[in-house]
Design a protein around this ligand. Structure first.
Ligand code: EPZ
Length: 418
């Protein structure tokens, strides 16, 4: 077991480099299995979600090498083995093996996915879409079978622009005969990255990144490569950190368009920053204006930055509101921020945050990935020592977070405990 220990209050200066996007790579890795013999994925972040996926690759008899952020997968001898709960429940994104194995073998049997505890996380939209592509679903208590004699293209309307369902259906549809359209598709940048990889492997997908995606199948897969896009949520987390305690903190490797909803909110708060190519330089300002934020599907404000930005809202001069609309319960960080002297109340999934409050170091628990990141930000601005427990949630999605922060002057360490 490990804890993070932080001595807060130190201004941060220097450069933080952004890694490949977790939410892209968790789909790119399963998709690599579709290659006829070899797939290459570059800029693969070394996070524990990547390790969990590599374990599943081994189970499916995929040999690979993973060095210097480059994953080379040998795919000519893949076996359609059962994926047990101990592997599928390490992460929610294991659901992408459903789309991939269905596309490759017309059959998949696996345990249901896991993931952060942020409310109900059904996969009904994925399953409804597979059915529309002529698959049958058998749901048992501990596992699911999805099979088809032949996948056939169809028109699919998503009831909600689910990121995972859009990607899974796009994958499965590449093997379906004829044309599939996914309407009300999610538009997140990761979806474009993933469609590009599928196309590099031989698929015919247009419209990814818009509300209507068209896939013409079936695909004859060949070999292919892709570079993972930069992680806009990691970038956003460090940008928020810069606004909290940066002294010309430079974040390098950003795509400005991917984070524009965050930048607009920072402008509204009057946070000073400068952008040049793929770099942003950002500094702390006292007397920030309070603002209201609502999470929305892309290009709206991302739910995944809701928890980190709560910490910044706690430093604004007055009352701010944050309304979570995507997930049922993403408030695990709130009791701990309040323990650190923040003033946050929750009503109907809306946070009312009264600031500015001087945060004070405490012993806290990371209940989920982004909630844990929020506690790190809080610890870095707090007076005194903060101890964060259950940090495995954080390490699922932030590559070298402790090393990156130490490099810009933070007093932060991982300590091993019994
Ligand atoms: C992805 O989850 C991300 N995860 C999440 O990132 C992110 O919060 C979310 O998209 C929204 O942007 C990965 O990419 C691995 P959804 P996903 O399907 O695809 C409901 C992080 O911190 N829904 O868009 O699972 C669902 O319950 C994480 O990096 C259904 O009802 O999210 C939720 O309320 C956490 N039925 C909403 O839709 C379904 O079949 C959005 O879910 C699918 C989803």
């Amino acid at each position: 077991m490990q804890n993070i220990i932080i001595e807060g209050g130190k201004l941060l200066n220097g450069t933080i480099n952004i890694s490949g996007a977790k939410n892209s790579v968790v789909a790119l890795i399963p998709i690599g299995l579709l290659a006829s013999q070899k797939a290459i994925i570059k800029n693969v972040p070394n996070i524990s979600d990547t390790k969990s996926l590599l374990n599943i690759l081994k189970r499916l008899n995929c040999n690979y090498t993973y060095q210097n952020e480059e994953l080379i997968m040998e795919t000519s001898e893949i076996k359609n083995n059962f994926i047990p709960a101990i592997e599928s429940q390490k992460l929610r994104a294991s659901y992408y093996f459903m789309g991939v194995l269905l596309a490759k073998f017309n059959y998949v049997k696996m345990s249901v996915p896991g993931g952060c505890k942020i409310g109900k996380r059904p996969i009904d939209l994925h399953l409804k879409g597979f059915k529309a592509l002529n698959a049958d679903i058998i749901e048992k208590k501990d596992y699911i079978i999805i099979k088809s004699d032949k996948l056939i293209g169809n028109n699919i309307n998503l009831d909600f622009p689910s990121v995972g369902a859009t990607i899974n259906l796009m994958i499965a549809a590449t093997s379906a005969e004829g044309t599939t359209t996914i309407n009300n598709a999610a538009c997140e940048p990761e979806i474009e990255n993933i469609a590009e990889f599928l196309n590099n492997l031989g698929a015919d997908i247009t419209g990814a990144g818009t509300k209507k995606i068209t896939i013409v199948g079936p695909t004859r897969y060949h070999n292919g490569a892709i570079t993972t896009i930069p992680d806009r949520i990691e970038a956003g987390t460090y940008i928020i950190l810069g606004a909290l305690i940066g002294n010309n903190l430079k974040i390098k490797g950003i795509v400005k368009d991917h984070i524009s909803s965050l930048l607009l909110k920072l402008k509204e708060m009057r946070v000073p920053f400068k952008i040049h190519n793929d770099e942003i330089i950002i500094s702390k300002l006292s007397n920030l204006s309070p603002i209201d934020i609502i999470s929305q599907p892309y290009p709206g404000f991302p739910t995944d930055l809701g928890q980190p930005i709560t910490v910044l809202l706690s430093q604004c001069n007055g009352i701010s509101h944050y309304k979570e609309t995507i997930w049922e319960n993403r408030n695990g960080h709130v009791p701990y921020l309040n323990k650190m002297n923040a003033d946050i109340t929750i009503k109907n999934n809306t946070l009312m945050i009264t600031g500015p409050k001087n945060l004070i170091g405490q012993e806290v628990v990371s209940t989920d990935l982004r909630g844990g990141a929020a506690l790190i930000l809080a610890g870095l601005i707090a007076q005194g020592k903060t101890k964060i427990k259950e940090i495995e949630h954080i390490l699922r999605g932030y590559e070298d977070i402790v090393e990156k922060l130490q490099k810009v002057g933070a007093k932060i360490n991982i300590v091993e405990i019994e």
